[in-house]
Write a protein that binds this ligand. Structure first.
Ligand code: GLC
Ligand code: CA
Length: 514
């Protein structure tokens, strides 16, 4: 069963490097997050996910952890993070940290010990073959870098050696089973990391590459799932209100493995990109997203996959829809403010627990930039938050050339201050939708969902309990093709009205009726 506080949770994802710099060194910090808690709460988000903020050489923006139990100096101290937990709790907000269980930095002490020629407690903490020239077919590996005569497996970039959680069917001398002592030791070490932060006030974790623990023979993920179930047992016993969200994008597996929530990610092949990023890996390719006003508006490219996942998992946990994240191109690259309003109104009125990526509430723009800290194309979605029109758009008092990344140079770069006073702004629209979600129980995480009308090129209509929602993303007015007698509008973007016979919805409009 998912943690109770998730019923009405709306998350705000913070990339700490780029949120708010309070000591003028050009990089965001814990104090910056603390100072903006009221802003986040007022926006309608009552929970945070903070990208990795731990000691790291930052070859993958902190997803290469050198010390799981130490806040990176550039963000502050452990005490600052604990203060953030306390300040959040005072405001009835919750905070998830980012747990990276599949790999560490090659500079982590465990790996430094593991690569020694002399066998020691950490020799099998990572996956090593038996000989300096023996690789592992099917998995990336590195040789020639260690004292010990062996190669080691990578989990992602070269700087990220894979931790050893064992193999489902070990068939090489160097492969341990998932219940062998070395594999159990890795799992226990990760539990120890979790306990460390949970004991200090953290409310749970977003889990990086959650499906990656057991390697290639785990197609059905039974090995990886068994490990997560074991970890869940610890949480249920000692931290029953802790929440876990997985980077897995297979809720049927993830929620059964003990996760409270699983992200619906814009992975190639998933239906999610058809909503707002329908251009594959090439940002310059044409975009046929459902929410683009000139697309073919085919919600049936999304719905079957969603319904299959939702029906199968609605009693055990939540699917988490995102506006974007630190790995994805911001939707504002192709969607204008009116298109974004409809996309967000949809995401925030769907079941499950939604996540808003910092800056998406003002439509911050994707920047074409050289890579930073292993970001590559992702770097352009990680630029500093745009607060106001002061120096560096209010992000930092440092000289512009010292900033973690440049701020949006456009004269009309959107800012929070600039959108505050405009009732029609994206920022204020997000506030209104989230207010509605908090007010109407049916719109919350576990409220019911039913698609009422889903036909290509026609308004999409769905029911959330007593509330009926219609969306018309196109440029022509339309008749809502569902009987909504007796209902009156609660919230509208664009126009919607009843002419005595039929309910009409204007172009690029959204209406929630009760
Ligand atoms: C996840 C993170 C991504 C990181 C990778 C390796 O996909 O979201 O940012 O680079 O894992 O840890
Ligand atoms: Ca700083």
């Amino acid at each position: 069963m998912a943690a109770k506080w998730l019923k009405n949770a709306v998350f705000y994802e913070i990339y700490p490097q780029s949120f708010l710099d309070t000591n003028g060194d050009g990089i965001g910090d814990m104090e910056g997050i603390i100072r903006k808690l009221d802003y986040i709460k007022d926006l309608g988000c009552n929970a945070l996910w903070i990208n990795p903020c731990f000691d790291s050489p930052f070859k993958d923006a902190g997803y290469d952890v050198r010390d799981y139990k130490k806040v990176a100096e550039r963000y502050g101290t452990n005490d600052d993070l604990i203060r953030l937990f306390d300040e959040a709790h005072k405001r009835k907000m919750h905070v998830l940290l980012d747990l990276v269980p599949g790999h560490t930095s090659e500079e982590h002490e465990w790996f430094q010990m593991s690569q020694k020629a002399e066998p020691n407690e950490y020799s099998d903490r990572y996956i090593w073959t038996s000989f300096c020239f023996e690789g592992c077919p099917g998995l990336p590996y590195i040789g020639g870098e260690s004292e010990r005569s062996a190669t080691y497996i990578l989990n992602f970039f070269k700087c990220q050696p894979a931790l050893n959680y064992g193999f489902l069917n070990p068939d090489k001398p160097w492969q341990t089973g998932i219940n062998d002592p070395a594999a159990i030791a890795t799992r226990e070490a990760m539990k120890d990391v979790m306990r460390f932060w949970l004991d200090r006030g953290c409310d749970g974790f977003r889990v990086d590459m959650a499906a990656s623990l057991v390697k290639f023979d785990d197609e059905k993920k039974s090995g990886t799932s068994a490990i997560w179930k074991n970890i869940r047992e610890m949480l249920d016993k000692d931290y029953p209100e802790a929440a876990m969200v997985s980077e897995w994008s297979d809720p049927k597996l993830a929620l059964r493995a003990g996760y409270d929530m699983d992200f619906y990610l814009s992975h190639p092949g998933n239906a999610y990109p058809t909503l707002m990023q329908d251009y594959g890996r090439d940002p310059n390719a044409p975009d046929n997203s459902y929410f683009k006003k000139d697309s073919d508006h085919d919600i049936t490219r999304f719905l079957p996959e969603y319904l299959d996942w939702y029906e199968d998992t609605k009693d055990i946990g939540y699917i988490s829809m995102i506006t974007c994240n630190h790995d994805t191109i911001r939707a504002s690259l192709h969607l204008d403010a009116s298109e974004l309003k409809l996309a967000y109104a949809f995401i925030f009125t769907m079941p499950g627990v939604p996540f808003l990526y910092y800056g998406d509430e003002i439509g911050m723009r994707y920047q074409f930039l050289p890579t930073k800290e292993g970001g590559y194309f992702r770097t352009g979605s990680r630029t500093p938050m745009q607060w106001d029109n002061s120096k560096n758009l209010g992000f930092s008092t440092a000289d512009a050339d010292r900033l973690y990344l440049p701020v949006d140079p456009a004269d009309d770069a959107p800012t929070v201050a600039g959108q505050e006073s405009d009732p029609e702004s994206l920022l204020n629209t997000v506030r209104l939708i989230l207010k509605l979600r908090h007010k109407e129980k049916d719109l919350q995480s576990d409220g019911p969902f039913e698609a009422l009308h889903a036909v290509k090129g026609e308004p999409f209509v769905y029911r959330r309990g007593e509330i009926i929602i219609a969306i018309n993303p196109g440029t022509e007015p339309a008749v809502v093709p569902v009987d909504i007698a007796g209902k009156t509008p609660l919230f509208t973007i664009g126009t919607a009205d009843f002419d005595g016979k039929a309910f009409h919805i204007g172009p690029q409009s959204f209406v929630a009726l009760k």
